[in-house]
Design a protein around this ligand. Structure first.
Ligand code: G4P
Length: 536
């Protein structure tokens, strides 16, 4: 019998938008919201950005550096579909956060600046998508500028993604002579006009069959576009939906976000091409043995995973929000949830969906949806929540930090607040906190330098803890496990000063050079050193 939730999950699309800073991610996000009807006027997303700065102190850092620190979630409906858009921080120092966001989506929309091609930060994000075989839709933005040749861009995307590109639209000219885009499916050209007031339906379209008219209007640009389009389609494989879903082919769209141009095609692609929620891997205990179990989105039992915990999104509330990606079942208000890690029950009072400019109380939510609730502790990044079933989702990673700092509190009377602050920031994944087994100052571990600055700033403004960060000798860490407690003990005894526990109480070995791990591994071949920790 088909599940009563199947229809709901089928109409959901949950995707992340990824790009290098300045490629036009915010602009495109805004236009997608605008054309889906989620917002009424352009500028609202930027307005949201601005008010976030105004109301949240630590976001000052974001303002100063002009980067996007926090990721956010927005829901919209379009053509009978529920579309969940997850923004990702553009700065590389927050790549861990981005990685976790990417575990919560079923596809990704990659925005590329047509002048710059695939840039460094995009490259890192692509790697993550590739590891997970996340289907990627590509949008080549800023065609209204003097940019690179489309064939050249496709070539680069193909090389960087390691998968063939299949053009869905093709540009006629660029910069001052940008004439528009040819839609390969409808075999019609949409004529470009600049300005941000125009709606997609206001653009003129001319069938390709009307060659004389197109030639008369766009002259040599049109012929040269036809020529390069032919070359591109000749060199690329046929569109294969299955290959796209398997992360082995990317559809490519051209346009100009700021001019509302070529955006509707992307929104349609999200509905027509991007996948609905997929099965997620979990482990469950059978006779005390972990067994891998695939959780289907339409399963009746509710299950979800906390992929993000964020504090003080709105300084007026001073709250912490746990973001849950629903993996299966249906969420309804008042539902009791079980935190798998602690087996504790949780009955969140106000559970919200994130609309573009506000939070709304959830009436019902299904697989693919992102819901959030206020937490006062008891919920951590990576936690699996169910309505009873015993299972744990895998795959939410923590990376071994590559830089460490020691925390020195200026006013020792604030020790308690510091501990609380570090614990909470650690739970959020803003930083990794390590407590040396031998005692002494707490260590902060990060993947990017900026994380330290954010944490120092937040400890000061949110917990009134003025700290100094001092360098220390550690340059890396490995989480360690052993097959028997005795082996582990022996290792701990050999390196008593190198042992530390992280926020999840997992044992780690602190290193001072890359050789450390190799030497320790040679001495203790039975100990396992992990550069990645998955939430257990
Ligand atoms: P991001 O979120 O990826 O960092 O990029 P964002 O959308 O903020 O865009 C970065 C800049 O690129 C903005 O200009 C934006 O207006 C511009 N932009 C976005 N799409 C296009 C496009 O299709 N064509 C052209 N020519 N420009 C585009 P800015 O000067 O930094 O900001 P603003 O003052 O225009 O808001």
């Amino acid at each position: 019998m088909s599940s009563p939730y199947a229809a709901e999950t089928r109409r959901r699309r949950t995707f992340a938008i990824i790009s290098h800073p300045d490629a036009g991610k915010t602009t495109l996000t805004e236009k997608l919201l605008l054309f889906s009807g989620a917002i009424q006027i352009a500028g609202a997303v930027k307005g949201r950005k601005a008010s976030r700065h105004a109301t949240s102190d630590w976001m000052e850092i974001e303002k100063q550096r002009g980067i996007s620190v926090a990721s956010s979630v927005m829901q919209m409906s379009y053509r009978e579909h529920v579309v969940n858009l997850l923004d990702t921080p553009g700065h590389k120092d927050f790549s861990e956060d981005t990685y976790r966001v990417l575990t919560a989506v079923d596809s990704a929309l990659m925005v590329i600046d047509a002048a710059n091609g695939v840039e460094s930060q995009t490259r890192r994000l692509i790697e993550v998508c590739r590891q997970r075989d996340t289907p990627i839709i590509t949008f080549v933005n800023k065609m209204d500028r003097e940019v690179r040749e489309p064939l050249d861009i496709l070539d680069e995307v193909e090389r960087e993604l390691g998968m063939p590109c299949v053009p869905m639209t093709w540009p006629v000219g660029q910069g001052k002579s940008f004439g528009g885009i040819i839609n390969l499916r409808t075999q019609a050209m949409t004529v470009f006009e600049s300005g941000s007031e125009r709606r997609p339906q206001d653009f003129e379209t001319i069938p390709l069959a009307d060659t004389d008219k197109l030639r008369a209007r766009f002259g040599a640009e049109f012929d040269s576009a036809l020529e390069s389009m032919e070359l591109a389609t000749g060199a690329s494989p046929e569109w294969d939906h299955e290959a796209f879903l398997a992360g082995k082919q990317t559809p490519v769209f051209f346009g100009s976000g700021v001019n509302n141009f070529g955006v509707m095609e992307v929104l349609d692609a999200l509905v027509d091409l991007a996948p609905s929620p997929r099965a997620r891997t979990s482990t469950t205990l059978v006779n005390r043995q972990p067994v891998v179990k695939e959780i289907q989105p339409e399963d009746k039992d509710f299950a979800g995973v906390v992929f993000k915990v964020q504090a003080n999104m709105d300084a007026n509330h001073r709250d912490r929000i746990a973001f849950v990606r629903i993996a299966s079942g249906k969420y309804q208000p008042g539902m009791k949830l079980r935190v798998q890690r602690t087996a504790k029950e949780l009955r969140p009072t106000s559970v919200v969906t994130f609309m573009s400019q506000r939070r709304e109380a959830v009436e019902e939510a299904y697989a693919g949806d992102i819901v959030g609730f206020t937490t006062h502790g008891g919920v951590q990044l990576g936690d699996t929540l169910t309505d009873g079933a015993s299972l744990q989702f895998t795959g939410l990673p923590f990376f071994a930090p590559e830089m460490f700092m020691t925390v020195v509190l200026k006013n020792p009377l604030r020790t308690k607040q510091l501990q609380q602050g570090l614990m909470q920031l650690g739970e959020e994944g803003a930083i990794q906190v390590f407590k040396p087994e031998a005692g002494g100052n707490m260590l902060l571990g990060a993947v990017g330098q900026l994380q330290f600055e954010v944490v120092q700033h937040r400890l000061n403004t949110e917990y009134d803890c003025d700290i100094r960060l001092e360098g220390c000798q550690y340059t890396g860490a490995r989480w360690i496990t052993a097959d028997t407690p005795a082996e582990l003990r022996e290792f701990e005894n050999a390196y008593p000063l190198r042992m530390a526990r992280d926020a999840a109480d997992t044992l780690a070995f602190l290193c001072t050079s890359p050789y450390d791990v190799r030497l320790a591994q040679e001495r203790f071949p039975k100990i396992h050193f992990h550069p990645l920790r998955e939430h257990a």
